[in-house]
Write a protein that binds this ligand. Structure first.
Ligand code: AMP
Length: 146
């Protein structure tokens, strides 16, 4: 199986570098294109929906900061350019699946913490992404920080 377009989902933490390295390694083996996505989760979602105040200025700042972090992140990889780096806004699973479909990606690469105990109940982005994915999903095991 040869992949043609690999979509890398990152939360822009330092932990994500092994995910990127694995995805880039796979893509270069197959001669595939790469794209990157980071999804900003709306602040109202964190508060469970209804928030009795205007969050638009905070949201604008959140978006600018995310764009800056994404640019700094991408600068470290020559394969990443402004054209193949995307910022989504909404629910990560929905945004990542939508971009994967629009861009005809055939592999999504994501990090996985291998949760257990209580953390399992909270779920994980990798697990969430598997449901209804429009293509293959590779979960790269992330090591716990020492
Ligand atoms: P988590 O399950 O939230 O610990 O995240 C595991 C992995 O999901 C991260 O290493 C990223 O690959 C991906 N991920 C988490 N949050 C986001 C996000 N907001 N946008 C894109 N990818 C994400």
């Amino acid at each position: 199986m040869v992949y043609q377009h690999v979509l890398i989902a990152v939360d822009l933490s330092e932990e994500c570098h092994p995910v990127l390295q694995r995805a880039i390694e796979l893509a270069s083996r197959d001669g595939a294109r790469v794209s990157l996505i980071h999804v900003i989760e709306p602040m109202a979602m964190a508060f469970g929906g209804d928030v009795p105040m205007d969050l638009s200025i905070l949201q604008q700042q959140q978006q600018q900061q995310a764009q800056q972090r994404l640019d700094n992140f991408a600068r470290q990889y020559p394969q990443l350019t402004p054209d193949n780096c995307h910022l989504g806004f909404g629910q990560p699973r929905q945004e990542i699946h939508q971009l994967a479909s629009e861009q005809q990606c055939d592999l999504i690469v994501v990090g996985s913490h291998g949760r257990h105990g209580l953390a399992l109940l909270l779920g994980s982005t990798a697990n969430d992404l598997l449901h209804g994915a429009p293509c293959d999903v590779l979960a790269v095991r992330l090591k716990k920080p020492a």
